[in-house]
Design a protein around this ligand. Structure first.
Ligand code: 6PG
Length: 215
């Protein structure tokens, strides 16, 4: 974070949703950080209003953002108010392009993208065998889980990050992790395999999820 702020005047992080990161967000809320230099995004958002119980933004605000003096302008919420998620996805893409001063076809490098992983090896809202996995020319697209729609970073945008951190917990994630770390497996069946960032990649696993890494 200090390097990013010294070199670029800001620190940019995209957050994951779900339940795993909540304790981490609560812990961050107690830290004294240069909040005016920190910009928060979401790697994906459920297509619900920001006050809906399923909203990743709501969970993050309650656990963290509402407890710290981060400027409202530094919280880059995903718009979820139009009738059509594709409209909001396009609007959010435009916002990111303007914020990072990139043009269509260019992928900005966030300092950190924090990801979770589902027990089907999805990450962000990039679910197995969905159209979102084939979107390689956009920053933001619409993800679909069963019949619920989401707005998600594309995997090329995630891979442009300086650092990607997976935070994965629970024994139910072990079979999917084994496939993600397998020498050979299908990327579209196990989408977390698509995450091969130009920068650093860290996997933070709890004991239950942790792999027996064979020597
Ligand atoms: C979301 C997340 C999603 C999540 C995984 C793991 O919007 O739900 O971004 O990718 O990280 O589904 O969720 P848990 O942490 O609840 O297991």
């Amino acid at each position: 974070m200090a390097t990013a702020i010294n070199e670029r005047g800001q620190f940019t992080i995209a957050l994951s949703g779900g339940s795993t990161p909540k304790p981490l967000y609560e812990a961050i809320a107690s830290q004294k950080l240069p909040w005016d230099k920190i910009h928060v995004f979401w790697g994906d958002e459920r297509y619900v209003p920001p006050d809906h119980p399923d909203s990743n933004e709501l969970m993050t605000r309650r656990a963290w953002l509402d407890k710290v003096p981060i400027p409202a302008a530094n919280i880059h919420a995903v718009p979820t108010l139009a009738a059509n998620p594709a409209v909001d996805a396009a609007q959010h893409e435009k916002h990111l392009q303007e914020f990072f001063h990139v043009t269509p076809g260019q992928f900005p490098s966030l300092d950190v993208v924090l990801l979770g992983m589902g027990d089907d090896a999805h990450t962000a809202s990039l679910f197995p065998h969905t159209a979102a996995l084939k979107v390689c020319d956009r920053l933001i697209t619409v993800g679909n889980k069963d019949n619920s729609q989401r707005i998600t970073f594309t995997y090329p945008l995630i891979n442009a990050a300086r650092s990607v951190i997976f935070l994965v917990a629970g024994a139910n994630k072990r079979p999917a992790l084994a496939q993600v770390f397998a020498p050979v497996a299908d990327d579209f069946t196990y989408p977390s395999r698509l995450i091969r960032p130009q920068g650093e990649l860290f996997w933070l696993l709890d004991a239950a999820a942790g792999l027996e890494l064979k020597p």
